[in-house]
Write a protein that binds this ligand. Structure first.
Ligand SMILES: *Cc1c(COP(=O)(O)O)cnc(C)c1O
Length: 223
């Protein structure tokens, strides 16, 4: 899940449609298992695997929301496809890129530094909402606000915060992520936040069971 990803070659609309149907089915089943409405889970497709010229295949398969990791890729894709998709920013955000990214997206999933907050204060359009990335497991090398610092960070945020996002520690089994997803849900509840961006190819079903409202999925869609 590095920021830079190998681009998918020969992206087939048929295969993508079949994979997409499978993911939607699994989301629906996971939602049902936890008494949730699958309509409350949005699929954000990780666009980093798809070259600009191939993105039309995603639109034809019915994909509506694309999440990009890099400001330059986001800009190139928005320039080409405009409002064919809704755009999210899901990757590590450098503060000097906020000015470029903020007007292009509906949601930034990955706000976690004061330098980014400062730039948001200057450049965020009124309709922009953000999620705050939390390092729920306290991994020192990882980006994300520490759970204990979240309250103060939220108070300093100059734009509306729609929820929280996390990338759990690398794990062998999806089940190993459950406790981190549950922690994020509890943190969000404590701070009165409704949005939960959690779960990728390896663990999105567990994430939905634990309350994800946004899942960010790439690999399995393009397999
Ligand atoms: C690439 C990426 C994803 C999707 O991960 P997959 O394992 O390919 O489903 C989700 N979130 C972020 C931040 C990513 O960079």
């Amino acid at each position: 899940m590095a920021d830079m990803a190998e681009l998918i070659r020969d992206l087939s609309a048929e295969r993508l449609r079949a994979n997409l149907a499978d993911v939607h089915e699994r989301i629906a089943a996971a939602a049902a298992r936890s008494g949730r409405d699958a309509g409350d889970v949005e699929l954000v497709v990780a666009g980093k695997y798809v070259a600009v010229q191939d993105l039309g295949v995603l639109a034809r398969a019915g994909i509506a929301i694309v999440g990009e990791n890099r400001a330059q890729d986001l800009q190139a894709k928005v320039d080409t496809y405009g409002d064919t998709f809704q755009w999210d920013f899901i990757g590590h955000l450098q503060s000097r890129k906020v000015k470029l990214v903020a007007p292009l997206v509906r949601l930034i999933h990955s706000v976690s530094t004061d330098s980014v907050l400062e730039q948001l204060g200057r450049h965020a359009p009124p309709e922009l909402r953000v999620l705050v990335e939390v390092d729920v497991a306290g991994e020192s090398a990882k980006s994300g606000v520490a759970p204990d610092d979240l309250g103060a960070f939220l108070e300093r945020c100059p734009v509306p915060v729609a929820g929280l996002m996390t990338m759990p520690p690398r794990a062998e089994r999806a089940e190993d992520s459950r406790r981190w997803f549950a922690s994020l849900r509890e943190l969000a509840a404590r701070h009165d936040l409704a949005g939960l961006s959690m779960g990728t190819t390896q663990d999105y079903e567990v994430a939905v069971e634990e309350g994800a409202t946004l899942v960010r999925i790439g690999t399995t869609l393009f397999a």
